[in-house]
Design a protein around this ligand. Structure first.
Ligand code: NAP
Length: 276
């Protein structure tokens, strides 16, 4: 029987997920459909209920619903609860259960780039949902100092309240004295505003050991370009995007085996699809 999956968000015009999951289904020879379920905020609850009634087996959840969707679930796993964001739903008879695969996607992406957080200082730029996933992972991996630098100090303080660490705003940037693996977790520099960059003084880059930007469009933000120019190891958000999708599949169908060969093919095809 054909299994139906999909993505909920608004707007969803440029989502890569339908293409990505259709390629996995092709290589795995699975009868599967993956649809876009774009809905406005006032229709979110109805949409979730309708998809459940129609036996949609799994869903990805994207902006702006990663927080709000939690109200309509029958269960939420511990990591998603701590992060405060759900990006994957799995069908249960009583409703959908919620998970967060962003932090696992990030972990797998860091591993593939040989970036370890254990005993390293971590600096997160931004204090939204993505920053919370990074903070959760940093603590899980046993980072040393955790610092959140954000435009609005109170938002950084809220994350530090949950994960420990030091909250700063841009007027306090001179406090950064150690060396850090830095995560750019804001939308600044994202398509179409690719000429934007956070207000970081040039001198601060000498405190960075490696620079990770969660943005995947463009593949190289101005922040990453500058970091690379200064000789830092850099990583963009594309691998994280692919890995979080793969992790969703593991939740939906734990017995599915995706070989490294299939992973590589789908990764390369997704890059071509998005940027050719
Ligand atoms: P979000 O909740 O909207 O992030 C907001 C954060 O960005 C806040 O801390 C906000 O500061 C800061 N910010 C926004 N505009 C700013 C500006 N002009 N100057 C300085 N700071 C600014 O978004 P999110 O969900 O956390 O996502 C953040 C980024 O991560 C996005 O680019 C998203 O595409 C990316 N992401 C990638 C993946 C992946 O798989 N690669 C997964 C998830 C997210 P205030 O608190 O002051 O408002």
């Amino acid at each position: 029987m054909t299994q139906v999956y999909g993505i909920i968000g608004y707007p969803l015009g440029h989502s890569l997920s339908p293409y990505m999951h259709s390629r996995y289904a092709y290589y795995l020879n699975e009868s599967q459909e993956y649809h876009i379920f774009e809905c406005t905020p006032d229709k979110l609850e109805d949409t979730v209920q309708k998809l459940h009634r129609n036996n949609v087996q799994g869903l990805n959840v994207t902006l702006p619903y990663k927080q709000e969707i939690q109200r309509f679930l029958c269960d939420i796993d511990d990591a998603a609860l701590k992060i405060g964001a759900v990006n994957t739903l799995k069908y249960n008879v009583n409703g959908y259960a919620g998970f967060n695969t962003d932090y696992i996607g990030l972990k797998n992406s860091l591993d593939s780039a040989d970036i370890s957080l254990k005993n390293h200082n971590v600096l997160i730029l931004g204090a939204g949902g993505a920053a919370r996933a990074v903070a959760y992972l940093a603590r899980k991996e046993g980072c040393n100092e955790l610092t959140i630098l954000n435009r609005t100090l109170s938002n950084a303080e809220r994350i530090c309240g949950d994960f420990g660490g030091r909250a700063l705003d841009y007027s306090m940037i001179d406090c950064l004295k150690s060396h850090y693996i830095v995560f750019q977790a804001t939308k600044v520099g994202m398509h179409p505003a690719t000429d934007e960059v956070l207000p970081l003084p040039d001198t601060i880059y000498s405190h960075f050991e490696a620079a990770v930007d969660l943005i995947y469009n463009p593949l190289e933000t101005l922040f990453l370009r500058k970091s690379k120019y200064l000789g830092l190891k850099t990583l963009n958000g594309f691998k994280m995007l692919i890995e979080q999708g793969l992790e969703s599949r593991r939740i939906w169908n734990p017995s599915e085996t995706i070989t490294d060969d299939i992973k590589k093919k789908v990764y390369d095809e997704c890059i071509d699809y998005k940027w050719s």
